[in-house]
Ligand binder design. Structure first.
Ligand code: LA6
Ligand code: MG
Ligand code: MG
Length: 352
């Protein structure tokens, strides 16, 4: 466990209390009192086949050093996408969802998360992320400069993973679905930058400010695929409607707060000042981490309830919307199941 310096730029700034040693982790299972719906069980053979394909893809593109292969296995990408997309049209589409999930995690781990020991650094992050965005979002210029760009976006594993995963996605999705994904990636990168900026200055945002950041630093790019993976398109004219955007964001936020709840002890152990929802609530309420954690569960539950309540009348409007909302709900359930059962990666605090 590392103890971060309590000074930044030569002056002290208040941070969340360092209570890491008081929180004993307990075994896995669902967070007591959490509002969630059970996921369709994952077919282990399907998950294994996706993992086999993803491992071959990662080796072929030399995405990460061989010594990280065990971390790859622990992450269970195949099982994640099988749980999240129970209506997937075929294995190829599931594999592409896995490529994108892997790529997003490689970028987060290698560029953004300083504590993970993979060379990530907050300093200079903006420059790295803008180039990463261009691995998804092509540069257009003179032939010579485009050639330099083509070469430049093959420079490291994070760039190669983004570039080749998106190429595979664009081959099976419509241009509108691909464009949707590229915009969601830009939002993700904006969120990473805000997270890094607050970590650098040791700024503790208000709860609403934290959740705004987390609405961008969010699983949204994964939920952006639900129609393409299931083999159809929710047309832009429906997708862009404000009420559809709202329920999409509510679903995405519920899934991401689930990450904050399940990764709480892991993050506390690696950096006691790492921001997640319970930490930010604790910093403001000053009633301790346990009360803050339980309040965070309540915030999650209200967001889940709003997603479910507001989805129902929308689903009644059109069969396509109904299918899309079912896909979002399935992703939410599958994501919860993956977090609750990935006990190698996540353990709950001993609060109950
Ligand atoms: C994971 O949270 C998360 F929500 C992300 C937005 C990063 C990956 C991006 C995707 C899949 P965190 P943990 C679009 O970075 O808790 O807290 O597993 O990951 O370390
Ligand atoms: Mg992260
Ligand atoms: Mg987390």
């Amino acid at each position: 466990m590392s103890t971060p310096p309590d000074t930044a730029a030569g002056f002290s700034l208040p941070g969340p209390p360092n209570l890491a040693r008081t929180v004993r982790a307990r075994r896995g299972g669902a967070v007591p009192g959490l509002r969630y719906r059970p996921a369709a069980p994952a077919d282990p053979d399907k998950a294994k086949e996706i993992d086999r394909r993803l491992e071959a893809w990662a080796r072929r593109l030399d995405l990460f050093p061989a010594r990280w292969t065990g971390d790859f296995a622990q992450f269970q990408v195949g099982r994640a996408v099988v749980l999240q997309h129970p209506g997937a049209a075929d294995l190829e589409r599931l594999t592409v969802a896995g490529e994108l999930l892997l790529a997003e995690n490689i970028v987060d781990s290698c560029y953004c998360e300083e504590d993970e020991g993979r060379g990530a650094a907050r300093r200079g992050l903006g420059g790295r992320l803008v180039i990463a965005q261009s691995a998804l979002d092509p540069f257009h210029g003179t032939p010579g400069l485009e050639e330099e760009w083509r070469h430049g976006v093959q420079a490291d594993g994070p760039l190669r993973s983004y570039h080749w995963a998106l190429k595979d996605y664009a081959a099976l999705a419509t241009p509108s679905q691909t464009s949707r994904f590229v915009h969601d990636a830009a939002r993700l990168h904006l969120g990473y930058l805000a997270e890094a900026s607050w970590a650098e200055t040791r700024h503790v945002p208000q709860v609403w400010e934290y959740l705004v950041m987390r609405q961008f630093n969010n699983f949204r790019p994964c939920l952006s695929l639900v129609d393409a993976v299931d083999g159809y398109e929710l047309p832009e004219a429906l997708y862009a409607r404000p009420e559809v955007q709202r329920v999409t964001a509510l679903a995405c936020n519920a899934t991401t707060i689930v990450n904050d709840l399940y990764s709480f002890t892991k993050e506390l152990a690696s950096d006691p000042t790492h921001l997640n929802l319970p930490q930010v609530v604790a910093a403001h309420d000053k009633r301790g981490l346990k009360a803050a954690y339980l309040k965070s569960v309540e915030i999650h539950n209200q967001i889940m309830e709003a997603f479910e309540t507001e989805s129902a009348p929308l689903a009644a409007l059109s069969p396509l919307l109904e299918r899309y909302l079912r896909g979002l709900a399935a992703w939410v359930s599958g994501n919860h199941e993956w977090h609750a059962t990935n006990t190698d990666r996540y353990q709950l605090p001993h609060y109950w």
